[in-house]
Design a protein around this ligand. Structure first.
Ligand code: PDD
Length: 296
């Protein structure tokens, strides 16, 4: 099926979308993006994604953000026209093309806006069922990781490194020995005392929407969350570990750098949190994820 995309106000076949090679997104990675999960044909937390998009644009000094109502309508239309039940919508906004390579950004911005849809299972996946093996890699990114920039070279290299090592993903570790986050996900552990821990928000990580939603679901279930940094040693010694993102939702991490986390299988706290998250987005865990209830 030809995928329908949206570029600067026009709906078109995704492989017919064209942007200028002078686009500042291409030349300087001068742009930001969002990935919003779709479950059962519904957008998950679109408002939070659009809030973050607007914040990212503000932090990069864009004079204005694209019209929010229009972006929401584009998301909905891409779901319908591409017949997406489960998957995600990708949205990217760059500072646009000005026919020259000038480091300094123009005052008057004509952004390039692009969106496409991808059908993809989010809940019943191998990652969610059986967990991810990760390796760690130094976090070599810039200092403003709270901005969802399209400058993703460090993450792309980290994921390539993981794939070449025969594992599923990479977690990034700062020079201080503390885990920052996954290459495209937030990192969590359950320590030997049973505390659920994820790094506090700052410019060192992206403020994940899935992280935020899970934190609410967890509090509603009467569970406590510790928002603090944890070291790689702590992660390796953890009872359980997991990642959160719009594309993997809540995914157990069962191995770090070749060492099993806990007993090397998804743990009970992670299973419970997966269930809480699936319920929070309107899924029935018993039907959508029956494996949650099997002994591991
Ligand atoms: N990535 N940290 C990083 C570095 C990320 O790139 C992402 C998301 C997250 C999780 O954020 P959220 O829960 O809002 O998806 C954390 C998206 C999915 C991507 O780049 O494809």
């Amino acid at each position: 099926m030809v995928k329908l995309a949206w570029l600067n106000g026009v709906y078109l076949a995704a492989d017919e979308a064209r942007v200028s090679p002078f686009d500042r997104g291409f030349l300087f990675a001068d742009g930001v993006y969002e990935v919003t999960a779709v479950y059962n044909g519904q957008l998950i937390d679109l408002d939070l994604h659009l809030d973050r998009l607007e914040r990212s644009l503000r932090e990069l000094g864009f004079p204005a953000a694209p019209d929010r109502g229009e972006l929401a309508a584009v998301h909905r239309r891409l779901i319908v026209d591409n017949d997406i039940r489960e998957g995600y919508i990708y949205l990217q906004v760059t500072r646009g093309a000005y026919g020259a390579r000038d480091f300094a950004a123009p005052a008057l911005v004509r952004p390039t806006c692009f969106a496409f849809a991808e059908a993809k299972p989010l809940i019943d996946t191998l990652a969610a069922r059986e967990g991810l093996k990760v390796i760690t890699t130094p976090d070599i990114r810039w200092a403003r990781r709270d901005i969802k920039s399209t400058g993703l070279l460090a993450q792309a290299l980290a994921k390539t490194y993981a794939r070449n090592a025969g594992v599923d993903d990479a977690w990034m570790v700062g020079a201080d020995g503390f885990v920052t986050e996954g290459a495209s996900a937030n990192a969590w552990i359950v320590n030997p005392d049973g505390d659920i821990v994820t790094r506090e928000l700052s410019s060192t990580i992206l403020a994940g929407v899935t992280r935020a939603r899970l934190a609410v679901a967890l509090a509603e279930a009467g569970l406590r969350l510790q928002q603090r940094s944890f070291t790689l040693e702590e992660a390796v010694a953890a009872r359980e570990a997991f990642s959160t993102s719009a594309t993997t939702l809540v995914a157990p991490v069962i191995q770090i750098d070749g060492l099993p986390v806990g007993n090397g299988r998804p743990g009970p706290v992670t299973r419970r949190l997966q269930g809480l998250y699936y319920s929070a987005i309107g899924a029935d865990p018993g039907r959508a994820a029956p494996w949650l209830f099997q002994e591991s």
